[in-house]
Design a protein around this ligand. Structure first.
Ligand code: HAM
Length: 420
């Protein structure tokens, strides 16, 4: 062990588990890639103001959870706590929205940072795969994204997840609702912090987890009863498209989410096997965000799924991903000449597209065979001086135990045939 440990709230991803994480990222992004989303990568840090304006000055993410720093040059930066503001910033900076093909559909995968109280499923460094469709207001686009997320979870074999759906209205109907909610909340018996919230971000009070607050919210006005005609129609169409695609959802009129940019469609995926950190993914429409960060009007929608929590959800359901073995062939040389010969064969196998590994470090037969078995390889190629003298190696099927000699110059072709 070294003197150092991974920082609080973080963990290292190590083999063999890391293969699951890679596969989850791959399988979440596969439906997006099939639906015309292009890959985007943005820096791990941004100007702090981007998140303050984009995510919202009053959100926990901005007030409590950002890792901020001042560079030697005096720039105020923040490690990215989420991806949407960065992706939109990058799209605007590159004028992707002016290339004529709207919506601009992008997907991303990476690390995000929030200074949260660590617990199982809640980390200070975590990983998301996300998607953003920029520059179109079309209920079919909201539905497309939700369906792609559901298909991603299903492709992983997850079953016990639920989709919570709500509409947060738009700039027409939300202010009216906000005022009605504020009036209602001011009449309740709430602590000082929550009272402050009534002025700054009253919708977040609906999200308060405490029983004492939830009890008092029983008769609170709900956004769904205040939606304007356009928002109502939009939301109804999203719901119809989801139902037509066989996607079940629960209407959750109190679903607010922790980021301020949302308008109209908002949704969250929760998994019932995860305890308190049950949100495995979430997203929604953000029609005003572009203008908030200095861009033109570009109505957009997107989501991000948490990779760490998706892996925990797979564990909770006992789902094992069927991943191909990292090593198909393992070479076991006995003696220096055999080492040289088999090292050449391993290189040849790799160049032929076969995953091959080698017993490094001059191991004896017993230890080398142990390594071969542990590697998950289907075949071992074993050679000693006697084999080499006959111009052959022993090819051992590690599943059946069968072994037979194969000519040195035919090993690559023979294994290519067997593994095809
Ligand atoms: P979010 O709900 O803040 O949304 O995060 C999305 C997902 O990231 C969560 O559902 C959760 O699975 C995972 N996540 C968030 N925080 C943590 C944490 N501390 N530890 C582990 N996992 C975490 C967004 O980030 C929005 N940008 C989504 C979006 C995209 N909206 C529109 N476009």
């Amino acid at each position: 062990m070294s003197t150092f440990k991974a920082p609080k709230g973080t963990y290292d991803l190590l083999p063999p588990d890391s293969a699951n994480y890679l596969a989850v990222r791959e399988m979440i992004s596969a439906p997006l890639r099939r639906a015309g989303y292009g890959y985007i990568e943005t820096p791990g840090f941004e100007n702090v103001e981007l998140f303050a304006r984009g995510v919202g000055e009053s959100t926990d993410i901005v007030t409590k959870e950002m890792y901020t720093l001042t560079t030697k040059g005096g720039d105020e930066l923040a490690l990215r706590p989420e991806g949407t503001a960065s992706v939109l910033r990058a799209a605007l900076e590159a004028n992707l929205h002016k290339l004529g093909n709207l919506p601009v559909k992008l997907w991303y995968s990476g690390s995000y940072y929030r200074y949260e109280r660590p617990q199982k499923g809640r980390y200070r460094h975590f990983s998301q795969v996300g998607a953003e469709a920029i520059g179109a207001q079309d209920p079919a686009l909201d539905a497309e994204l939700i369906i792609l997320a559901v298909d991603a979870y299903r492709s992983l074999g997850l079953k016990n997840f639920r989709l919570l759906l709500n509409s947060l209205g738009d700039q027409e109907c939300r202010p009216v609702y906000r005022a009605a909610l504020q009036d209602f909340l001011r009449g309740l018996d709430l602590d000082d912090d929550t009272r402050k919230r009534i002025d700054i971000n009253p919708l977040r009070v609906l999200d308060d987890k405490r029983d004492s607050v939830q009890k008092q919210l029983a008769g609170a006005p709900m956004m769904r009863d205040h939606l304007c005609e356009a928002c109502k129609e939009y939301h109804d169409t999203v719901r119809e498209l989801l139902l037509a695609a066989g996607v079940e959802f629960e209407d959750d009129p109190k679903l607010v989410r922790g980021l301020d940019y949302y308008t109209r469609t908002t949704f969250e995926f929760v998994h019932d096997g995860l305890g308190s950190q049950s949100a495995v993914g979430g997203g929604g429409r953000y029609d005003g965000l572009s203008e908030m960060i200095g861009g033109p009007a570009l109505p957009s929608v997107g989501w991000a799924l948490g990779v760490d929590r998706t892996v925990l959800a797979l564990q909770a359901e006992g789902v094992e991903l069927r991943l191909p073995s990292a090593t198909q062939v393992f070479a076991v040389p006995l003696g220096d000449d055999a080492r040289r010969a088999l090292f050449g064969i391993v290189t040849g196998l790799r160049r032929a597209g076969i995953a091959a590994d080698f017993a490094f470090g001059g191991k004896g037969l017993k230890n080398a065979m142990k390594s071969a078995n542990r590697s998950g390889a289907r075949y071992a190629v074993v050679a000693g001086e006697r084999d080499l003298a006959e111009g052959s190696v022993q090819l051992k099927d590690l599943e059946t135990g069968e072994q037979q000699p194969v000519a040195l110059d035919e090993v690559v072709a023979e294994l290519s045939r067997r593994l095809a």
